[in-house]
Ligand binder design. Structure first.
Ligand code: DI6
Ligand code: FE
Length: 396
């Protein structure tokens, strides 16, 4: 048993606010949290553990990056230069750049090469206190490469102290020279089924957009997911409103992601379905977008908001959850408390996980100890990392 004491804890156990406990202590038993509360209330039976004084530092649940595409090869710096000269993301995609250029590079890479790159990216997240990461496929767009990506995602968990949750994103882009409907029915859905049989898929995602797939095509993928009992999530209303959020809500989506163009009706449908809104300010920033997601409506309808990096080589080459939190506050108007809930409590919910994202008895002892005293400092700072210690499954 270990006792962390002389700490301020932001428990994130309430739907709103930090859930601050001052002069607190946390008791860790093995891989789990056994007790948390004010030190004066520490029960006798917990008082004989190994004591770690943390000199008044702030402890939060460890961070969760609930939306990433970190298995890819190469980079798209050229496209960045083109965009700076005025080309739009959609124009670049239509000209054969964009996602498709990363697909070619990823198909060409070996599993070992992809794992090396992915582990380096995981290290970047780990350095900021991330203990759980969601990783999507989607840069293969053929059976062999999609499965290769999912295997690499699983392998990250074997070689790094991080928990990986995989999402199958076969419906990410239409492979060049292929009809979108034929791709969905003959490649994407059979690959999903195979990935599921091989134990490689935790959830199913899609990209519902003019440059990707229609709601009708996404619905066929969702149907196949539901048939085998896999939860769904969706990239929706990022560049336009095609009705993806409402479709996702009908399938009880764990989350709907991006949502800049979502309207009141979409938000109400998500509220009814219990779907979390995942806000991705890195893509908004990179693409010079100006339309903000309907944060006020999410609050009014009690739709929980998560925040993630969307780390990918094109629209969001962002490897910092802390910077995503800062951007969510500055660009989207989230409060610092909302940004922290968005990368802990609500991020866990987007993955259907009930054992992390809060500091409470029974939760995994995945914690961050920060060299700060007030949690607002996490989203206030830009490009600084105040992490003092990251605790993964109780290991100090
Ligand atoms: N939405 C995004 O922002 C990324 N994928 C997606 O579905 C973009 C991925 C890329 O440009 O490579
Ligand atoms: Fe994404």
């Amino acid at each position: 048993m270990k006792i962390l004491h002389d700490i301020v804890v932001a428990t994130l156990t309430e739907e709103v606010g930090y859930g601050i406990i001052k002069n607190a202590c946390i008791v860790i038993d093995g891989k789990k949290i056994a007790w948390v509360g004010p030190e004066v209330d520490l029960p006798e039976n917990f008082s004989r553990g190994e004591r770690h004084s943390l000199n008044g530092r702030l402890v939060t649940p460890a961070l969760i990056d609930c939306h990433t595409h970190i298995i890819f090869n190469g980079n798209r710096a050229k496209e960045f230069e083109m965009r700076l000269k005025g080309a739009s993301y959609e124009e670049i995609a239509r000209a054969g750049g964009g996602i498709i250029s990363t697909v070619q590079a990823t198909r060409d890479a070996t599993e070992e090469e992809l794992l090396t790159e992915a582990s380096t990216r995981a290290d970047t997240l780990i350095a900021e206190g991330v203990t759980t990461v969601e990783i999507k496929s989607g840069y293969g767009l053929d059976t062999e490469t999609e499965l290769k990506i999912l295997r690499v995602a699983r392998a990250v968990e074997d070689i790094r102290q991080i928990r990986v949750y995989t999402s199958f994103l076969g419906a990410h882009a239409v492979p060049p020279g292929t009809d979108a409907d034929i791709y969905i029915d003959d490649i994407c859905i059979p690959t999903l089924r195979r990935g599921y049989r091989e134990g490689l898929v935790d959830a199913v995602d899609g990209f519902c957009e003019r440059i990707a797939f229609t709601p009708a095509q996404i619905e066929r993928v969702f149907q196949a997911a539901s048939d085998v009992g896999l939860p769904v999530k969706l990239h929706a209303e990022q560049l336009s409103n095609l009705g993806g959020a409402q479709l996702a809500a009908r399938y009880g989506a764990l989350s709907v992601d991006h949502l800049e163009y979502a309207d009141e009706t979409d938000v109400r449908a998500m509220a009814k379905a219990g779907s979390v809104a995942v806000l991705l300010p890195g893509a908004f920033y990179t693409l010079h977008e100006s339309k903000r997601p309907p944060v006020k409506a999410f609050r009014e309808q009690n739709v929980p908001m998560a925040v993630a990096t969307d780390w990918n080589p094109g629209s969001s080459p962002l490897g910092s959850v802390l910077l995503a939190m800062n951007m969510a506050a500055t660009l989207f108007g989230l409060t610092p408390a909302e940004t922290l809930a968005g990368t802990t409590r609500h991020a866990a919910r987007t993955l259907g996980l009930t054992d992390c994202g809060q500091v409470a008895p029974g939760m995994r002892a995945d914690l961050c100890v920060w060299d700060i005293t007030s949690p607002a400092e996490l989203s206030y700072r830009i490009g600084q990392n105040p992490l003092h210690m990251r605790i993964f499954e109780g290991a100090i």
